[in-house]
Design a protein around this ligand. Structure first.
Ligand SMILES: [Zn+2]
Length: 458
């Protein structure tokens, strides 16, 4: 048995019974939290992490991210959704060989871990061949992150063919992968990233959903996106086809009507706004936060794409909270009245980024809070920076101010993957070399230097 003891942390457990513990130890045995309390005993050979001056948080959950894009951060920074499609899905996606998928996913996952994201729902549409899919999964496993590999459509075979009212059925290779990722208790498990009514024909959607349910895996869709939504209204179509259910997860969703949200809630579905991308790429005026809550849906958060957004969830929490308050305030402002109260605060959005994501994927018994019995996905935030001092309420101060560089230590499934502010372990340095080599190959193949800017071309 391997034991790690985290000593003297300020623990923000987000557990209803434990609450905040201003000075506590966390004991980890074989990847599981076994005790949280003051002055815990531990064996002499335990690995000891001194966490004085640090805040322990549950690992963050990114419920919608295209992890393969590790090499192309900012590539669509100046683009709307249509421009993103042109640059990333039009010009780049078919330039990826399996080795680029490995490099991109490995670095993409390490970028997430670096930001304290210990679980990611990886919406993978870089699966041009089965070999691409294999490298995606291998990189997720090697990175140390907890992941739901959402096996998507092979958009590299043709973005129009697969993404515009497509009649191509979801690849049969998902059956092979399901046999390989059959253990639901494993760190990397499987779901299907489906196109749904906004990208595929209704009969194709019906086939794809039947496939997911035959395999017994969750479904993730891009839903409630302007323009696309007008062609086939997602919820109307899914309802007509009898496909709504608790296994259906909707990324984005800012354009959903109240009636759409009512039906998602009534059938047990989940929603994942991607606050930065929803607003900057024009997928809606406000991310789907307060409107989801009004219908009893607790949102989780996604970063979506680092080609146009950031790599961390601290920013997403801030953006979501500011946007939601702006939305809620708008009615009073329209009457030329000052808004009297606010409904959401920093702890609420911290819950959406932890317990919200865990619940959305049926992982609430294993992750999302710090509590004995759960897996040891733990983030230690260094609070010595001027921007975090004095700490006052830790959760509030962290959500208002923290970023990836304040994440001192990360344990993923009990394994230390970041320590002293640096990614550690056998893959970290290799991953950096691999991503630089992949970036150069992609640049040569894609001839995208003008679109990708001088830093990319350097
Ligand atoms: Zn997406």
């Amino acid at each position: 048995m391997t034991t790690t003891i985290i000593r003297n942390a300020y623990v923000v457990s987000l557990d209803d019974e434990l609450g905040d513990l201003p000075r506590a130890d966390i004991r980890v045995d074989d990847g599981a939290i076994t005790a949280i309390g003051t002055d815990l005993t531990f064996p002499a050979d335990a690995a000891v992490i001194d966490a004085a001056g640090k805040v322990a948080l549950p690992g963050l959950v990114d419920s919608h991210r295209h992890v393969w894009q590790g090499a192309i951060g900012g590539a669509a920074g100046g683009q709307s959704l249509g421009g993103y499609f042109g640059v990333v899905l039009g010009a780049l996606v078919d330039k990826y060989e399996p080795e680029d998928v490995y490099a991109g996913v490995l670095w993409g996952a390490l970028k997430a871990l670096n930001a304290g994201i210990t679980t990611v729902a990886d919406w993978s549409h870089i699966v041009t061949t089965p070999a691409h899919a294999d490298e995606n999964v291998r990189a997720l496993r090697d990175s140390g992150i907890r992941a739901l590999f959402l096996y998507g459509p092979p958009v590299g075979q043709g973005v129009v063919k697969w993404f515009v009212e497509s009649t191509e059925r979801h690849p049969d290779d998902v059956r092979r992968m399901r046999a390989e990722l059959a253990d639901d208790g494993a760190r990397v498990t499987m779901g299907l990233a489906l196109r749904g009514p906004e990208f595929a024909s209704p009969s194709t959607t019906a086939y794809d959903f039947r496939l997911a349910r035959e395999l017994g895996v969750p479904i993730s869709l891009h839903s409630g996106i302007p323009g696309y939504l007008l062609r086939y209204r997602t919820i109307d179509t899914l309802e007509e086809l009898g496909l709504l259910g608790p296994d259906v997860h909707h990324a984005h969703g800012a354009q959903f009507s109240d009636d759409d949200l009512r039906r998602i809630a009534a059938t047990g579905g989940a929603v994942t706004p991607c606050p930065t991308i929803d607003m900057t790429m024009g997928m809606g005026t406000f991310p789907l936060v307060g409107r989801a809550l009004e219908h009893g849906l607790v949102p989780s958060f996604g970063t979506d794409t680092i080609a146009g957004g950031g790599a961390d969830l601290f920013s997403e929490m801030r953006v979501a909270l500011a946007a939601e308050r702006a939305r809620a305030n708008a009615a009073a402002l329209a009457r030329d009245e000052p808004p009297a109260t606010v409904d959401l605060d920093q702890r609420d959005v911290l819950r959406f980024a932890t317990t919200g994501g865990a619940a959305a994927w049926g992982m609430g018994d294993r992750i999302g809070t710090l509590r004995p019995g759960k897996r040891a996905d733990i983030v230690l935030v260094d609070t010595s920076g001027a921007h975090l001092t004095p700490l006052n309420d830790p959760a509030t101060t962290i959500v208002l101010n923290a970023g990836s560089s304040d994440v001192d230590t990360v344990l993923a499934d009990g394994v230390v993957v970041k320590r002293g502010g640096r990614l550690v372990g056998p893959v970290a340095e290799r991953a950096r070399d691999l991503i630089e080599a992949s970036r150069r190959r992609l640049l040569a193949r894609a001839d995208l230097a003008p679109a990708l800017g001088p830093d990319w071309a350097a």
